[in-house]
Design a protein around this ligand. Structure first.
Ligand code: NAP
Ligand code: MN
Length: 265
């Protein structure tokens, strides 16, 4: 008997869908876990992409497949709609789907008094926590690239390329391309400062290192998938594409570009 764990956000629609899905799966004889643990065979996430990202970190980025059920949000990671009941039951039985493997980003922040480590599926953001300009030194691999002045920098995965990265003018990257993208937030370019204005697309084996040059009036802060993971002065942060993957349940005929067209245009 398959054991399932349901994670949902608190929107009225998600609460309703959660009740309906719980009743359906109980009737079909599935065991529903009270909390996530190693015996769980599949994690069902009810909500939008935000709920999906939240579920990943709440469960500790396990290898267990994640099945998203979309409740009226954008839903890039959410493969099914609540009315697809037959598929929900079939997928929960372990049949009829494919797995999309997604590598996670890893941030290792050297705060000067220790290392703060965290993961992200979409992106890692370094910016000032207030409204000051931040001054950073960027390295790609062993090469010094630039001294950055502006609001901050975002490093995203291919999976995250359609999120914040896209709003910053970054490229949409097919997730079968294991790349990292570094996108600037409001880079300053004038006689005093020179900064790349486009995003940079990097291969999976190069690390990005960001050093804090000058303490801004406010404090720098780090966000992983939109969630604050550290706020305060830091010496440097290393951002790399981790070997750690998470498994996203997809329809057998899942097509990234079909999804992009239907969600954006
Ligand atoms: P949020 O502030 O509630 O929403 C951000 C929006 O991004 C939502 O519409 C969300 O979809 C969508 N989204 C998330 N991941 C996506 C992906 N991989 N592809 C396309 N769209 C995606 O924050 P949240 O829902 O907790 O999500 C956190 C993410 O928000 C961060 O990782 C960052 O990428 C993004 N963000 C974007 C901006 C911006 O574009 N200006 C600013 C801050 C953060 P749902 O509606 O389905 O939740
Ligand atoms: Mn959201």
């Amino acid at each position: 008997m398959k054991e399932l764990y349901i994670f949902s956000n608190t929107s009225p629609q998600s609460v309703q869908v959660r009740e309906d899905v719980t009743a359906l799966l109980k009737k079909k004889g599935f065991k529903l876990a009270e909390e996530f643990g190693p015996s769980v065979d599949m994690i069902i996430v009810i909500g939008g992409d935000g709920a999906f990202l939240h579920a990943l970190s709440a469960c500790g980025y396990p290898q267990t497949p994640f099945l998203g059920i979309n409740t009226g949000h954008l839903g890039f990671f959410q493969e099914l709609n609540p009315d697809e009941k037959d598929k929900i039951v079939r997928f929960c039985s372990g049949e009829g789907y494919t797995i999309q493997e997604n590598r996670l980003l890893k941030a290792e922040i050297d705060t000067g008094s220790g290392i703060v480590k965290d993961y992200a599926l979409n992106d890692i953001l370094v910016k000032d926590s207030g409204s000051s300009v931040i001054n950073l030194r960027l390295m790609i691999g062993d090469n010094f690239i630039e001294e950055f002045f502006g609001d901050g920098v975002l490093v995203s995965t291919a999976a995250g390329s359609t999120a914040y990265n896209y709003s910053l003018g970054g490229a949409i990257v097919d997730p079968r391309t294991p790349a990292m993208q570094l996108a600037p937030l409001a880079p300053i370019n004038n006689k005093a400062y020179r900064t790349f204005t486009s995003s940079l697309l990097l291969p999976p084996f190069l690390d990005i290192t960001v050093e804090l040059i000058k303490r801004s009036a406010d404090l720098p802060a780090f966000y992983a998938d939109g969630k604050e993971i550290y706020k305060g002065p830091f010496k440097k942060v290393k951002i790399s594409l981790s070997k750690h993957i998470i498994n996203v349940v997809r329809n057998e005929d899942y097509d990234f570009w079909g999804k992009v067209a239907s969600k954006f245009l």
